[in-house]
Design a protein around this ligand. Structure first.
Ligand SMILES: C[S@@+](CC[C@H](N)C(=O)[O-])C[C@H]1O[C@@H](n2cnc3c(N)ncnc32)[C@H](O)[C@@H]1O
Length: 336
């Protein structure tokens, strides 16, 4: 079936699409969950195969028009929900063959300067993806200096977090910080003079605030646990991540809950620990965009794709994952 492409869809290039489709192997049909619909690149590619069914989620209402179009064209095979993927269990009624997460922002969101995700924006400092409880503006104007420092340091892995937090508090005493470019100026003033400009000085602070506002680490951890619960034996979980914290979590989950895990979980009685494996042997191979893709889609340069295959064991909640990354989860809970 032919679908019309809107300018919104054209502004987003799906990362590693052919690699994703090869892993999904949809030619025989199947039930797929696209947890991060965005411009709909993956969903549309899967629907081209006649016997597939796709459920897609996105927390951002701005992609609804693209999804509605697909719902019209694929009435019995496609359904969209505006939802966070941590709430997958409220939507799914049956187990899936493949569940896909393409994390972070779409270029539709990043290029819309009114949303304040980009440090090129001169607009309001918002950064909410949708279904968020706090904006970046509220965060920078209300959090204590200590909490701002922790957020910027832990979620942004920013070395100059102390100075940036201090200067944010100093600036907001004079005037409320409302625009993205006002924050950029504060960050630039706070960075050491000899800062080696490999990346923009604002990158890490903007990343930290975006993660904090949208609770991205809690979303990822709860989302992948829930997805694992809803996978058929032999089903695949595919994750495309864009920064080191995300990849660290995914790598740990796949490595430690797969057949190649060397030591049993310390949270389970010894006789149960053998069954506490959720995935088949994990090969720990990262797939990255080809140089050909990088030529046409430069924003994909930091993308890393990992996937794991669900085994036949019954699902047991992997508390260890929460425990291991509690530093990030606690930081996301710091509020005013
Ligand atoms: C990188 S884009 C996905 C692009 C998509 N794969 C495509 O081909 O067009 C990520 C999307 O996931 C959404 N998103 C991020 N975190 C989410 C979450 N926790 N729950 C649901 N959607 C989320 C964002 O709003 C964004 O639209």
């Amino acid at each position: 079936m032919k679908t019309q492409t809107s300018s919104l869809e054209l502004s987003h290039f799906p990362v590693m699409l052919s690699e994703i489709i090869e892993i999904c192997n949809p030619s025989k049909g199947g039930f797929f969950i696209d947890c991060t619909f965005g411009g709909g690149g993956y969903s549309k590619a899967l629907l081209k195969f006649p016997r597939t069914r796709v459920i897609a989620l996105d927390r951002d209402m701005s992609v609804k028009s693209i999804a509605t179009n697909l719902e019209k064209n694929f009435k019995n095979r496609f359904k969209f929900y505006q939802s966070k993927f941590s709430e997958l269990s409220k939507i799914l009624k049956e187990n899936a063959d493949t569940i896909i997460f393409d994390l972070g922002l779409s270029s539709i969101q990043l290029n819309d300067l009114t949303r304040g995700f980009s440090f090129k924006s001169k607009d309001k400092l918002d950064m909410t993806m949708g279904l968020s409880n706090i904006s970046a503006q509220e965060a920078v104007n209300n959090l204590s200096e200590t909490n701002l420092k922790l957020i910027i340091k832990i979620l942004g892995e920013e070395r100059d977090a102390s100075r940036i937090a201090k200067n944010i508090v100093k600036a907001r005493l004079k005037k409320k910080i409302t625009k993205a470019d006002e924050l950029v100026q504060i960050i630039e003033k706070s960075k050491k003079k000899n800062y080696f400009k490999k990346i923009n000085p604002s990158t890490k602070t903007f990343q930290a605030l975006r993660i904090f506002v949208n609770k991205e680490i809690s979303e990822l951890i709860n989302g992948i646990i829930c997805a694992t619960k809803f996978l058929k034996p032999g089903g695949k979980i595919i994750i495309v991540s864009f920064h080191s914290i995300e990849d660290k979590i995914v790598k740990y989950f796949f490595n430690n809950f797969s057949m190649n895990k060397s030591k049993p979980s310390r949270y389970l009685p010894e006789n149960e620990s053998d069954n506490f494996v959720l995935f088949e042997k994990y090969t720990n191979k990262i797939i990255k965009p080809t140089t050909r893709e990088l030529r046409v889609n430069n924003p994909s340069r930091s993308a890393k794709l990992r996937f794991a295959v669900r085994n036949k064991n019954k699902f047991i909640y992997p508390h260890e994952l929460i425990q291991k990354f509690s530093k990030y989860l606690d930081t996301e809970r710091l509020y005013v």
